[in-house]
Design a protein around this ligand. Structure first.
Ligand SMILES: *Cc1c(COP(=O)(O)O)cnc(C)c1O
Length: 394
């Protein structure tokens, strides 16, 4: 099938809930993908940070197929060694105590919300101590409850009624955060860098305030690291940049190297809130997914890989900053947003696509989330295309 045939077939059978680009990707290696017509693309998006090791990493693909040949799924009535190994390694690496296995970012956040609310109820016996503070411009997922948690009005549409119990505070506004606290609040949930919201990094003073308010009022701190986690910011967790330890951390996108997984990591008393029968997920802890995830974790626990990742991230940032019409660059590691001067990011995305480069946007910014394995040559090749595009007149 050529691209056009694929697109027609797909659109004829799949609900049109996405605004898509006319591109059918069929194979790839590292930071390079090939479409159905044989055209090659450099990928600065990695499936929104999901293909953390790039396309079809050899070690990852081998581990996944070995596990698929052994056993593809084990019910949560039973145990499995691959899931056990993955969970032990991830909790050790993140300095957390226990995790819950789900399949997506939204599901990981649902679990975090349930844990925060149940812990509050268990401890205070108060059905009204349930409010979760989230930030304006946040993004936490597409389920009815995580849409509620998302602090963007345009997401609070069509699917009424939304889950109550969320209160939105402007990011980096310490005064507004203090004002929002009352006896009904049980948790504060935030992204260290708002991804979908425009690659906005929280200020250190605001993060510190979140944690001191949480201590004062015995609130759960929930960091949604679905996008920022798993090496994306050139640290295992973005929390490391801020020197804080949230009670609950959610991870998803890059964690499975491209396979569906979402986990809710917990510390201390939060590790024992959910008891048998209070939560579940049929596919959670799937061994094929965990086998892929173990390769991601192995790579990220190699100090050489992490040192190289930090160098590459610096190089990427410098290259992006030096492009024409780039006013400023926000973000950390390989999660970067470029503010453009007089050009719509969506137009740049489309022109880059035509020239063989995949990029993302976030609000008005051009967003780059390349695979953590991208090479210097691929960075240069992608930047060359961006330079050409940004030098043109729109
Ligand atoms: C992508 C994303 C989600 C939602 O993840 P899904 O896997 O699409 O459910 C939640 N939070 C953040 C910060 C994200 O970037």
């Amino acid at each position: 099938m050529n691209s056009k045939e694929i697109i027609d077939k797909y659109d004829g059978a799949v609900i049109g809930s996405y605004g898509r680009l006319g591109l059918a990707l069929e194979s790839g290696g590292g930071a390079q993908g090939t479409d159905a017509d044989g055209k090659i693309y450099i990928d600065f998006g990695s499936g929104i940070g999901t293909n953390s090791l790039g396309y079809a990493d050899n070690e990852w693909a081998d581990a996944v197929s070995v596990q698929a040949h052994k056993m593809q799924h084990v019910s949560n009535y039973y145990y499995n060694s691959t899931a056990a190994e993955f969970a032990e390694k991830l909790t050790e690496m993140t300095g957390t105590d226990k995790l819950f296995f789900g399949n997506s970012g939204a599901e990981a956040n649902e679990c975090a919300i349930k844990i925060a609310r149940k812990r509050s109820f268990d401890k205070y016996g108060d059905k009204d101590r349930t409010t979760i503070i989230t930030l304006v411009n946040s993004f936490h997922g597409r389920t009815v409850t995580t849409l509620s948690a998302t602090g963007q009005e345009h997401f609070h549409n069509y699917f009424f009624p939304f889950t109550p119990g969320f209160r939105y505070v402007e990011a980096n506004n310490i005064h507004a955060l203090r004002e929002a606290i009352d006896g009904t609040v049980c948790a504060i949930m935030f992204e260290f860098i708002q991804g979908e919201g425009g690659v906005n990094v929280l200020e250190q003073s605001f993060v510190d305030e979140i944690f001191s308010i949480a201590r004062e009022h015995d609130l759960a701190t929930i960091s949604d690291e679905v996008q920022t986690g798993v090496g994306r910011t050139a640290r295992l967790l973005a929390a490391e940049h801020f020197g804080v330890k949230p009670d609950i951390v959610t991870l998803a996108k890059g964690l499975g190297g491209g396979l569906p997984i979402g986990v809710c990591l917990t510390r201390g008393e939060y590790a024992d809130v959910l008891t048998p029968g209070t939560h579940g997920s049929t596919f959670g802890g799937n061994p094929v997914v965990c086998a892929g995830g173990l390769v991601v974790l192995k790579r990220l626990s190699d100090p050489e890989f992490m040192a190289e990742l930090r160098r590459k991230a610096e190089y990427f940032r410098k290259s992006l900053t030096s492009l024409p019409k780039v006013k400023s660059v926000s973000g950390l590691g390989l999660m970067l947003g470029a503010e453009l001067d007089g050009i719509a990011a969506g137009d740049v995305l489309k022109a880059a696509l035509n020239k063989g480069l995949l990029v993302l946007t976030a609000k008005a910014k051009l967003r780059c989330l390349p695979p953590l394995t991208i090479t210097y040559e691929q960075i240069d090749a992608g930047m060359k295309i961006l330079r050409e595009v940004l030098s043109e007149q729109f």
